[in-house]
Design a protein around this ligand. Sequence first.
Ligand code: CA
Length: 709
Amino acid sequence: MQKLVLTAAISMLALAACNSKEKEPATSGETNSGVSSAQIINADNSSWLSYGRTYDEQRFSPLATVNADNVANLGLAWSYDLDSSRGIEATPIVHDGMMYVTSTYNVVHAMNARTGAPVWTWEPEIDMVQASNACCDIVNRGVALWGDTIFTATIDGRLVALNAKTGDVIWDKLTIDKSKPYTITGAPRVVKGKVIIGNGGAELGVRGYISAYDAETGDMDWRFYTVPGNPEDGFENDTMAMAAETWTGEWWTAGGGGTAWDAMAYDPDLDLLYFGVGNGSPWNQSIRSPDGGDNLFLSSMVAVRPDTGEYVWHYQTTPGETWDYTATQHLMLADLEIDGKTRKVIMQAPKNGFFYVIDRESGEFISANNFVPVNWATHIDEETGRPVEIEAARYYGKEPYLQLPGPLGAHNWHPMSYSQDTGLVYIPAQEAPWVYGDRANYKHTPGTWNTGTDFSYALLPTDRATFKALKSMVKGRLLAWDPVKQEEAWTFEHNGPWNGGILSTGGNLVFQGTADAHFAAYNAKTGDQLWKYFTQSGIGAAPITYELDGVQYVAVASGYGGSFVLGFGAVLPSGSDFNSGRVLVFKLGADGSLPAPLDAAMPEFDLPEPVEISDELLAKGVTAYANSCAVCHGDHAFASGLTPNLRYSGVTADAETWQMVVREGLLAENGMPNFGKVYDAETAEAIRAYVIGEAHSGRDQEFYKTIDE
Ligand code: CA
């Protein structure tokens, strides 16, 4: 009798499953085998099928085998060497017992998800000259999976389809105009058989867009430009004509910017694809669009139809953007109970420091509040949904302004997580101030950073007391945010900024790695730290979890890098000198250990001979260094280890070689841009004099490490 009841219950369930299938979205482009949209929507616990796990990008797994009661027993099951000593930002994708991870220069690694045994790797043969346009390290956030195919987007602008079993190339398409400084760091998403990918390059000067490619053939289906082009060429569509109404001057000459370099989400019921749009090219609005205007769709979230790329709605977080306040940060969908009504919302914590809750059907503003201290706007007006700016923050034609947040953001690309159990959004939040100032005599110079701001105002102070005071303003934390009340639930303060992405689970846990090389688990409700593991290398990437043979695994990729590290990694050290890209996989009861780290102590070097130079020329060298070199070789010519340390370089020591490297592209194949069209020989020598002066300044590793004492 009991058996019969059970059978009846099972057939009822099966019936329910059949019925629910009818409600599933259009299945155009579905494949017969492998991963489909239905699988991504209803993600099973054995896998992690898409960048944000599911199309809503919540990064929440219901798995609870590892939970707040037993997480103290978590140990290393295995690790996999990614053969990298730069930033690793990839979210691993797991399916069918396999794991897929991208490393530096877009090498794709496929491994056994139970053991870490290598299965295949794919080397993309990157065009290093194109790759040298990367603003923020040679990073990549991971692959997409659809059918039996892996999709990866490369730093030199290609979208590539690989056989998931073998790594063999199926197709390889260029998605950019290589005469322009485009790069790609984002993970593709696949929606209804279309592979969606954007790009970056707004620091150097490009026109942003996002494109859809047919997963089977690699043919482009549609392209949505995020900013209007030259009106004389005709607008691509009515949306661009509408956007052009919000621009002034000759914005198209420097590209306009608005690159869609990271966030996407998809709502299958509303059939809307969402993506985030970046900052302006150049940053400085008085140059980009001299008579003001909102400059659509800069710093906006945009909703389009995934079949056609047709515009549906937008919400602009920072109208008339002028601070590199991208809205490319994590977009996350959830259904929230607000004022007694269930609202379908999209949420974002963009660089500008406000947390936004927006109606994802209409784009209507619901609420916003700052999640860190900000001093560029007082609040977001509830009627208009627009920020109420503080006048001094628009720095052009004014005094330089010490601002929170700076261009590194109150939150950058590092993924958040939303727990369906606690109703909280977990944000890798930070406080990273910056001094914005107008760039005197600015002119657009192709091949270099074109921000229209003067980065020499943002160089860190050289006297100990001022440096210490500024450093004390730089912070990083794990922030649990209540999106309904728009207030903090709890925080866990880290040693500094630039910490890793986040995972939350049904085990009442939140996982996050840190810049100072730890991976930890927290009670999702209270923020109590329950477990902590020393990972040797700093972590930026977000963790994932999956279950195979009844064993729950928690995985994260280590490897410290990205824009903060390139610029400030040596003068604001994270606490770990060692840097090795690895996949680290944990399970309960395991007791594996990592290979011993190599001694990272800096070897003794001879300093280059000092150079005699006039104060006027030296000032020229400082400005040039700050605006063109510091973003890769570090504040005060002190590199983090990701790029050559110019203070001790043989190239710096030899004036002739220096000229060949800086002005003739001698090391272009190593990723060093040719500044021959930007700087004359005298300015190049002035940069060298500045670098050598810094080397002799006494502000060495010890100086920066002991600044707090
Ligand atoms: Ca930017």
